[in-house]
Design a protein around this ligand. Structure first.
Ligand code: HSE
Length: 291
């Protein structure tokens, strides 16, 4: 039996829609695999009642299929589904690493990125890899059509999760299909600033780069209380705040000293907006690891 822990992730970071992602120190999924004649899946943990155990409809089933690695698979969810924290990517990445070990396939973490990405496609309808790349490689990742670049950054973060669900499919439907040249220039400038901040472990620059005028405003409409939570986080010392992945989670960058205050302010602002929420005080962390 092989057990692998893979972390929650936050994709986009505002200016890097479908490109940027970071691994979070916590929460995480744990996937256990054993060889079997055919693939079966059992899911426990947070939100497990919403996750299909049919291998044809589960992200992990697609990974087992892609690796020709039938197994008895147990998924212990620590990352809530439909949260914007890369729930399906965490399971897909953990399963890819575990099955690669179990069947001695010899694939590298980078080789596993498109395979885990196929698992993502089962739930979101598109094989984008901005969540599975950091879940596998750790750190800050830049996913492009020419491969993935990863940077070992260290930035304190708060991931705040309201008790509302937004599916990735729905959140992709509201994304505008066109953008003005001004918005394009602004987004590139923010993305470049954020990348420089990651290279320098500078929360100020990372926060400044966590902004875009096209995708995030459209998605913020789906999240009750988004604007007041963002303002509250900034007032409490966050250097940048944006929608995490497809939402409804919200991610804030900050200096380590402000993290507790930022987390409290975000939860309070959600509660004032009539929505229960919890906040993870976390940081950019490692990728999947065999336990
Ligand atoms: N980049 C994706 C999106 C991540 O924002 O739709 C969600 O899986």
């Amino acid at each position: 039996m092989i057990a692998v822990r893979a972390p929650a992730t936050s994709a986009n970071l505002g200016s890097g829609f479908d490109v940027f992602g970071v691994a979070l120190g916590r929460p995480a999924d744990v996937v256990r695999v054993e060889r079997a004649e055919r693939t079966t899946i059992e899911v426990t943990g947070v939100g497990s009642q919403y996750i299909p155990e049919d291998p044809d409809r589960n992200t992990v089933g697609a990974v087992a299929e892609a690796l020709s690695a039938p197994a008895r698979i147990k998924i212990d969810k620590g990352v809530r589904p439909a949260s914007g924290l890369g729930s399906s990517a965490a399971s897909a990445a953990a399963a890819a690493v575990a099955l690669n070990e179990l069947y001695d396939r010899g694939l590298s973490r980078r080789d596993l990125v498109p395979i885990a990405g196929e698992g993502e496609a089962v739930v979101s309808g598109a094989a984008h890899v901005d969540n599975v790349a950091p879940a596998l490689l750790g750190g800050f990742t830049i996913a492009t059509d020419r491969g993935v670049t990863s940077i070992d950054a260290s930035i304190p973060l708060v991931a705040c999760l309201p008790e509302i669900a937004v599916s990735t499919r729905d959140a992709r439907r509201v994304v505008p299909t066109e953008a003005s040249l001004d918005d394009l220039v602004a987004t590139v400038s923010r993305a470049a600033t954020l990348t420089a901040g990651m290279c320098r472990n500078d929360p100020e620059l990372v926060g400044r780069g966590m902004y875009d005028a096209v995708v995030t405003p459209a998605r913020a409409e789906l999240i009750t209380g988004y604007n007041s939570v963002r303002e509250a986080a900034l007032d409490a010392g966050a250097t940048g705040v944006t929608v995490s992945g497809a939402g409804p989670g919200i991610v804030a960058a900050c200096d380590g000293r402000d993290r507790r205050a930022v987390a409290g302010a975000m939860v309070d602002a959600f509660v004032d907006a009539g929505v229960d929420a919890r906040a993870y005080q976390t940081e950019i962390g490692r990728g999947a690891r065999v336990l």
